[in-house]
Design a protein around this ligand. Structure first.
Ligand SMILES: [Zn+2]
Length: 285
């Protein structure tokens, strides 16, 4: 058996799910032929809050307005494509909405943006979802041919119509034989350790972050909504609406431990100050 055949066999037989540990490091990369891994940020909208108070249960944001961006990420692994998070609903393009002091905007859909790299939704093999909130699953149904990777607890709640996001967003994955992996722990997406979904429950029961080992650069740790803003990271804040406070704090510890171990670039997906850390999809001309 050649080295590469052996390594491929190893990757095929390795378990893809592991029980989550509160402060577990990410799995080491396996010795397989390295596929080139590239990462782009996709603009998935913005959110303006008249009062950001609910984003800390200790009152740090009381009475403060705050702007968040919504970010998705396109990953190229060899000749395969993956999307991480699907942002706000495509129905917002050209029609910003306001509800209870929150203004949601979206300039372009994901499909429109990735087309500028020559990528169609049908080419996106995997759609990974950090959690089941409306600003992360809004355009998932635009990728009905993709395999959905999502925390089991978050999927089940969406399917039952009991999540913050709309059940329609996951309509392509509700039937028998749907292409979906419901995660109950970490998940090595391509089987080579290059892109790993890291279970970090607490914000929601099935919440996860994503570690991307980009070729030729530092690894990137994408936050999901483990933290919503730099100040939330700096002061270890917990939103009032999180599913479980103790789990959130354990996951925050794990997030910091993984970032330190990997010497990773931390990207807080909702933080405008982190925009420059990841190349953007080229703008429309
Ligand atoms: Zn969010």
């Amino acid at each position: 058996m050649t080295f590469f055949a052996f390594a491929a066999a190893l990757a095929l037989t390795a378990p893809t799910d592991a029980a989550p540990l509160s402060v577990a490091p990410a799995a080491a990369p396996r010795p397989v032929a390295a596929a080139e891994v590239k990462l782009w940020r996709v603009d998935c909208g913005s959110l303006h809050f008249a009062n950001f108070a609910p984003f800390s249960d200790r009152g740090e944001y009381d009475g403060q307005p705050h702007d968040l961006i919504a970010s998705c990420y396109l990953i190229k692994h060899g000749d395969e494509w993956m999307l991480w998070d699907t942002g706000l609903s495509g129905s917002l393009v050209g029609k910003p909405s306001e509800s209870e002091g929150t203004v949601s905007r979206l300039d372009e859909t994901i499909a429109t943006q990735i087309a500028r790299l020559g990528v169609t939704p049908a080419q996106v093999k995997f759609v990974g979802i950090s959690h089941n909130h409306f600003d992360h699953i809004g355009q998932a149904a635009d990728f009905p041919a993709s395999t959905l990777l999502i925390g089991k607890a978050d999927f089940d709640k969406l399917a039952a119509g009991k999540a913050d996001g709309q059940r329609e967003a996951i309509a392509p994955w509700l039937g028998e034989g749907a292409k979906i992996v419901k995660l109950s722990g970490d998940h090595d997406v391509f089987g080579d350790g290059s892109v790993t979904i890291l279970s970090m429950p607490g914000h929601t029961a099935g919440h996860a972050a994503l570690l991307v080992r980009v070729t030729g650069g530092a690894p990137v740790l994408l936050s999901g909504d483990q933290f919503h803003a730099q100040q939330s990271f700096d002061r270890n804040l917990v939103p009032v609406f999180n599913a479980d406070r103790a789990q959130t704090l354990a996951s925050s510890d794990r997030f910091r431990a993984v970032a330190a171990q990997e010497k990773a670039v931390i990207v807080i997906q909702h933080e405008p100050a982190d925009l420059a850390k990841i190349p953007a999809i080229p703008k429309a001309k």
